[in-house]
Design a protein around this ligand. Sequence first.
Ligand code: T46
Length: 141
Amino acid sequence: MAGQLQISKKIEISKVSDECSLYFAQTPTHIPFPIKRIFFITETYTLLPRGYHAHKKTKQVLFCIQGSIKIIVDDGKKREEIILDSPEEGIFLDRMTWIEMHDFKEDTILLVLASRLYKKSDYIRDYHLFHELAKKENDKA
Ligand code: T46
């Protein structure tokens, strides 16, 4: 992952030893919230670009534990492009961060740790609505 991140935050973990490819992350050392849910995306050769949403309340940490993926994030003011291609580097996405996922390499596995249980109503899937809500929050701050 190159460059300075402004919207997302890099999370670094390391392999426990060279004899076994075991990596771990724990809260609060690496994950800045208590984990309520995990999900993972596999068989990415079948996938088109994904995401195109933001979460009203959920915070997430993403690890690409195999393969690679291009992530675009947007906080309503600026956009950032990140290549996740190592199990040792994840990203933290705060609530109200728009995410798009592109260019999945074949057989990529994306692991996501989330701060809240799944709730359909937590998703904002309309970019214009997201932009409006993010602007309101930014103006208040
Ligand atoms: C995200 C990115 C990185 C569930 O039923 N439970 C769950 O915990 C999740 C995450 C999804 N779903 C259902 C909702 C949809 O019917 O699975 C279906 C596919 O979800 P979606 O189209 O939102 O998938 P992605 O890959 O666009 O986004 C997912 C997560 O939904 C999202 O939170 O940030 O991965």
